[in-house]
Design a protein around this ligand. Structure first.
Ligand code: SF4
Ligand code: SF4
Length: 186
């Protein structure tokens, strides 16, 4: 392991500890009657302790592992089977695996599915099997590599789970050729 690699891991760990430290502080403040907004509070171990319906907005957003797999283009067969392709949405930053315009995503890409505790019920079946929302929807725990457990947001990329460096932007692909990019269903 390189020194730089060690630095990155330590930096991520520190960031994680600051985050969880803040949450413990917020819980302590609330316990003595000092109001702390629910929307800014993440409860310890929320990812495996509460159902999706019970998560507050901040916890909901934090659940995403940043894999970007759901931003791959898909098509369905005559049998209603969902086939993933190695072509990603034009708004996806292939380096960070994050949406470039997350807040405005639905306006820019109308067929982008906005996941909510309600919409996950209708969409979980086509979501990647590793997706944190799908796992929790199915009552399963998150994988150990998830950053909320491992403390590293890089693991999802290092383990080859994310789309990082594995997909082509839709702007570079002829829509008629999409089926040529068919891949496994993640
Ligand atoms: S597949 Fe799930 S965990 Fe991965 S980026 Fe999409 S919503 Fe987040
Ligand atoms: S608009 Fe953003 S969140 Fe939606 S599929 Fe595209 S990259 Fe993903």
């Amino acid at each position: 392991m390189t020194a730089r690699g060690v630095f990155h891991i330590l930096a991520r760990r520190a960031q994680y500890l600051v985050l969880t430290g803040y949450n413990h502080l917020a819980v302590a403040l609330r316990s003595v009657g000092i109001p702390v907004s629910e929307a800014t509070l993440m409860r310890p171990g929320f990812w495996n302790r509460y159902t999706l319906d019970e998560l507050n907005p901040r916890e909901w957003e934090a659940l995403c592992d940043g894999c970007g797999l759901c931003c791959l283009l898909k098509y369905s067969t005559e049998n209603d089977e969902v086939i993933y392709t190695s072509v990603h949405c034009r708004l996806l930053d292939s380096n960070t695996c994050r949406c470039r315009h997350y807040e405005a995503r639905k306006r820019i890409v109308p067929d982008c599915v906005k996941l909510t505790p309600k919409s996950i019920r209708a969409n979980a079946s086509w979501m990647p099997s590793t997706c944190a929302y799908r796992l929790r929807h199915e009552g399963k725990p998150l994988h150990d590599w998830h950053y909320l457990i491992s403390g590293s947001r890089r693991l999802v990329h290092k383990l080859g789970i994310s789309v990082k460096h594995r997909a082509t932007c839709e702007t570079k692909v002829n829509p008629d050729d999409l089926f040529k990019y068919s891949i496994w269903k993640p």
